[in-house]
Each structure stands twice: as structure tokens, then as C-alpha cells.
Write a protein that binds this ligand. Structure first.
Ligand code: 16G
Ligand code: MG
Length: 542
């Protein structure tokens, strides 16, 4: 390591005094103007991680569903997964080191992580459409090059596309070709293969309206749609030509406000979906004939997908295990439906893709979704081999099911949740099963739910256990929540410190919206009183 060169370059990407940031649930995120030094340093870190793993590492510049003025950065590990937890700590140390300590911190990390500094390093970089992203990704490149790393800058990409590129490169092309063309072809041909079984039965041509959050999803979907146009035609809204990124649109807006985005024309009973700003989340929705809005969130997506997979698995009868992974935010009705009606085992993990992903890897086939629309399906190597073998050798009915599963394997981006890939899977399943959006929605009825935020002086005073469903500290808070929950029917509530914002999140559900809102308010008040609330007290009726 040429530490003098690092010091010199770093002075051009100086850290503002007193600023400390955490590698949060999915990387660093804050106002774009505070991130230059973080980007440079993540370029440095990516080189060390690449040397240590002897693999290509990814760096994605994006702040996902957050406002256009924000930005962020996350590292992608060799198999296209999120950065390992031990390296999150290194990332935080490096980002917060004062200028003069930077060389020492780099040496420390290299020693702690036993990095072989003589190894070559290769880093791939992607960015979203934010105005600040181009310059910030240049700072990443400066960090990579000063440590002697090689790089390829993909420029504009969705987050899942960058994860895909990393995995392709490290699997020596086995997972696919590491180009956008390769991505389009792999997913589209799997989609067309799967969906054509539905279309031979004379189903009419399908169309879908997509709200692209004025983000990168619009550009990539516009490039890709020709590849799958025989099976689906997509109509893009909020494509970034007029509106502002994530402003009054996108998956996060639709899910949290439970209303349609601006800028989309919805007719009664038409299927619509929304991506978030970096296209790793998706939710569906429609208006019924009475103009009432219906949201189909990640839980219902998981239900649709797992029921389809379960049928195919029964068909091939090979004892492959199927599990569904959710978080505490999953609607109680979805968990009940999966366990009691579909008889599928359901597990709950902490919030954040990496936790769900990890758990899902324990099954032959692991379906994971957050209610907010992040999710995918993972197939173990053993399951994939078995399915491919059956698709070749078994008799007719079994072979048909195995062939469909083979397409499903190719169609899911198995590195991370991917709005484009999820959309194509969902569209294929709806076509194959002949389901309308209303029929899908009617699988079960969501319990009314409410999420609120509470400001406290220090959100770390709250610690949780049991996949964030129980509070351990401060004392008395869990007892207070238990007493409040007891007052209502079908009720549940939990609180957790956010991993991305300086607030505490409150979740409540109950038998009616009115009761849910009361419960959410009362729990917020308990948090405010017992966990050091600041500012205005929570108000009833919000
Ligand atoms: C991040 C996570 C998302 C999670 C959210 C929770 C990834 C790629 N993204 O956006 O999965 O739902 O954080 O935010 O892991 P919160 O901690 O502020 O509630
Ligand atoms: Mg996102």
C-alpha cells in the first residue's frame, strides 16, 4: 500500500470535521454533500475486501427510496450478497477516521482481516440516477485506483443489476454474462419460457403499468422491455423525464401512504406496480370498481410465489424443503395464511435483506420477502441439481413441473431482491394460474396496520430480541406494550430503533383501523415516556 499516495489523494476527498456515520442496514446514507470522503474510502475498502476474498467486489452508489438530495453507498460481496457483518465494522471505522489516522486504520484493517496485499484487486461500480451519483462514483474510483485496484465502471445500473454483475464475474460466467445485455437475456428468456405455457392456452396479451419512481428502473426497463415483449407489455410511468426521484411515487411512497403514486393513470381493476428508486423493491396495487385502493405488498407476493412453488414441488414429489422468511412487519394475516392454510413453515428475522437472505439459505428453496417489497427466492445448489436432473429424465408430468422450476431458478435474481425479476415472476405466475389481480388480493385479507415514528434523544436506549418483536431495554417498555396490546382483538405491536433514520419505529395491527390507530398512538406514547422522547409528544389521530 502506498500510504503517502493515499494521504495525498485523501486530502482531495477530505472528511468534514466531526461528522460520524454508521454503515447501517444497507450501507451509508445521508445528504449527498457529506459523502465524498465516504465514497473515496469505500473505494479503498473495496480493494482490501477484493484482495482478501480474491474476488471481484461491487460498490453501488445509491440512496434507494430516499429523497433525491440524499445519497449512499453499499459494498457487494463475492456471491452478489451484502457485505459481511465483520466488514461493516471496518467500513464504519474507515469512514469515521480523521484524516491523519487514515493510513493507520487501513493498516489495522489489513492486519485484522489478514488481507494479502500482494493480491490483485478488481472492483465493479454502479450508480443510480441521482444528480450527485456521477461525481460520487468518481470518488469511489479515485479510492480504488490509489490502492492499485483495477475497476470497471458500469455507470447507471439498478442495485440488483450490480449484484448480478458481481456474481457473474465471480462464477466465471456460470451464473450469466456480466453485461446488462446478459442480464436482460437471462431473465427474459426464462420469463418467456415459463409464460408460454400459459399463452398456448389462448390467454390474451398481458399489459402492466409500472411506476418507476422517476429512477433507474425506468431506464433499465425501457431497454429491457423488447426482450420479453412476446409475453408482457409494460407501460412506464414516472420515468424520470418530468418528476423528481421518489417524490410522491415509488414503492416506498405507495406502501407507507397506502395510496397510489402520482403520475399514473389507473383504471378500475387494472394491475399496477411500483419500483423504488434503485429497483430492488416492488409492490402491486389496483383500484376496484368503487374506486377503493388495494395494496398488494411483499407479504402477498411471498404468498403467491410460495403457493406456486409448493404446487410444483408436490408435482415433482422429491421432498425438497420450502420455507418462507418474513420480518415482524409481515401482516399477521399473511403469516396465519402461510402456516395454517398453505402449511408452509414460516420464520421471522430482524429487518434488513441480509438477515432474511441468510435464513432463506437454510432451505432447499427459501422464499423471503419484507412487507415493503424487498425479496426473492433462493435455491440451494442441491435443489438446483435435482431439479435440472428431473427436467431431463423424469416422465411427462414431473418433467413439466421440473422444467417450470428450472425457468423459475433462472428468473429469480438470486443475489438480492430485484423489482424487475420479481415482476416477471409474478406476471408469469398470474398468467399460468389464470389469476386476476383481485383474485390474488383475495387470498387473505390484511389486518389493518399502522406505522409511526417517535423521536427520542438516543434511539440506542432501546434494544430488542426475538427478531425485534420484544423489547429488552428500557425496563418496563415491553410490559407497557403487552398491557396495551391486551386491550384490542387480533392485536400485535412492536417497536424498534430504525437502522436508517434517527428515530424509533412503532408498528401496530388490530381488528379495525380505528383500534389499530389507537394502539399505535398509545404505544408511541409509551415509547416517548419510557425511552426519552424529545420534541412534540405523539398526538392521537396523527
Ligand atoms: C434498508 C433495508 C431494508 C429495510 C429497511 C429498514 C436492504 C437492502 N434495505 O432499506 O431491507 O426494510 O432498511 O429501515 O437491506 P429501518 O431500519 O429504517 O426501518
Ligand atoms: Mg431500494
Amino acid at each position: 500500500m502506498d500510504l503517502d499516495a493515499v494521504t495525498k489523494q485523501s486530502a482531495l476527498h477530505a472528511k468534514p470535521d466531526g461528522l460520524t456515520l454508521q454503515y447501517g442496514t444497507a450501507g451509508f446514507r445521508t445528504k449527498a454533500e457529506h459523502l465524498d470522503h465516504v465514497m473515496f474510502r469505500m473505494g479503498l475498502l473495496a480493494v482490501l475486501r477484493s484482495k482478501q476474498t480474491k474476488s471481484t467486489i461491487g460498490v453501488m452508489v445509491t440512496a434507494s427510496h430516499n429523497p433525491e438530495e440524499d445519497n449512499g453507498v453499499k459494498l457487494v460481496d463475492p456471491l452478489g450478497e451484502m457485505l459481511a457483518a465483520s466488514w461493516e465494522e471496518h467500513a464504519t471505522c474507515l469512514a469515521n477516521a480523521e484524516e491523519q489516522h487514515l493510513p493507520r486504520v487501513l493498516v489495522d484493517i489489513s492486519e485484522k482481516a489478514a488481507v494479502d496485499l500482494h493480491q490483485d484487486a478488481f472492483v465493479v461500480i454502479g450508480r443510480d440516477t441521482r444528480p450527485s451519483s456521477e461525481k460520487l462514483s468518481q470518488s469511489v474510483i479515485d479510492g480504488v485506483t490509489v490502492l492499485g485496484g483495477q475497476f470497471h465502471d458500469y455507470g447507471l445500473l439498478t442495485t440488483p443489476q450490480l449484484h448480478y454483475m458481481v456474481f457473474c464475474r465471480n462464477s466465471k460466467g456460470q451464473y450469466g454474462k456480466a453485461t446488462t445485455e446478459g442480464y436482460y437475456q437471462k431473465l427474459s428468456s426464462a420469463f418467456v419460457e415459463l409464460a408460454k405455457q400459459a399463452f398456448c392456452s389462448g390467454d390474451d396479451h398481458r399489459t402492466l403499468k409500472v411506476d418507476c419512481a422517476n429512477g433507474i428502473g425506468a431506464l433499465k426497463l425501457a431497454e429491457m422491455k423488447h426482450y420479453f415483449s412476446q409475453g408482457l407489455s409494460v407501460q412506464l410511468f414516472n420515468d424520470g423525464t418530468k418528476g423528481k426521484l421518489n417524490h410522491l411515487c415509488g414503492a416506498d411512497f405507495v406502501k407507507s401512504h397506502q395510496k397510489p403514486p402520482q403520475g399514473i393513470e389507473m383504471k378500475a381493476n387494472e394491475r399496477c406496480c411500483s419500483f423504488d428508486g434503485d429497483a430492488d423493491r416492488i409492490v402491486y396495487y389496483y383500484h376496484d370498481a368503487d374506486g377503493q385502493f388495494h395494496l398488494i405488498d411483499g407479504d402477498k407476493i411471498a404468498t403467491l410465489i410460495s403457493s406456486f412453488l409448493k404446487e410444483l414441488l408436490l408435482e415433482i414429489g422429491d421432498g425438497l424443503s420450502l420455507g418462507v422468511v418474513q420480518t415482524a412487519y409481515a401482516n399477521g394475516s399473511s403469516t396465519r395464511y402461510l402456516e395454517e392454510v398453505m402449511k408452509v413453515p414460516v420464520y421471522c428475522t430482524k429487518t434488513g435483506v441480509k438477515h432474511l437472505h441468510h435464513k432463506a439459505q437454510e432451505f432447499d428453496i427459501g422464499v423471503y420477502f419484507e412487507a415493503n417489497g424487498h425479496g426473492t427466492v433462493l435455491f440451494s445448489k442441491a435443489a438446483e441439481t435435482k431439479i435440472k436432473q428431473l427436467a431431463k429424465e423424469s416422465e411427462d408430468e414431473k418433467r413439466k413441473a421440473a422444467k417450470m422450476l428450472e425457468s423459475v431458478i433462472d428468473l429469480f435474481n438470486q443475489t438480492i431482491g430485484d423489482a424487475i425479476s420479481d415482476m416477471l415472476v409474478i406476471e408469469a405466475i398470474l398468467a399460468l394460474k389464470g389469476l386476476t389481480v383481485q383474485q390474488w388480493d383475495a387470498l387473505y385479507t390484511d389486518l389493518p396496520n399502522r406505522q409511526l415514528k417517535v423521536k427520542v434523544a438516543d434511539r440506542q436506549v432501546i434494544s430488542t430480541t426475538d427478531a425485534e418483536r420484544q423489547v429488552v431495554k428500557p425496563p418496563g417498555l415491553q410490559e407497557a406494550i403487552n398491557d396495551l396490546v391486551k386491550k384490542y382483538r387480533l392485536s400485535r405491536a412492536f417497536v424498534r430503533p430504525s437502522g436508517t433514520e434517527d428515530i424509533v419505529r412503532v408498528y401496530a395491527e388490530a381488528d379495525s383501523q380505528e383500534n389499530t390507530d389507537s394502539l399505535a398512538y398509545e404505544v408511541s406514547l409509551a415509547v416517548f415516556q419510557l425511552a426519552g422522547g424529545i420534541g412534540e409528544r405523539p398526538q392521537r389521530g396523527f
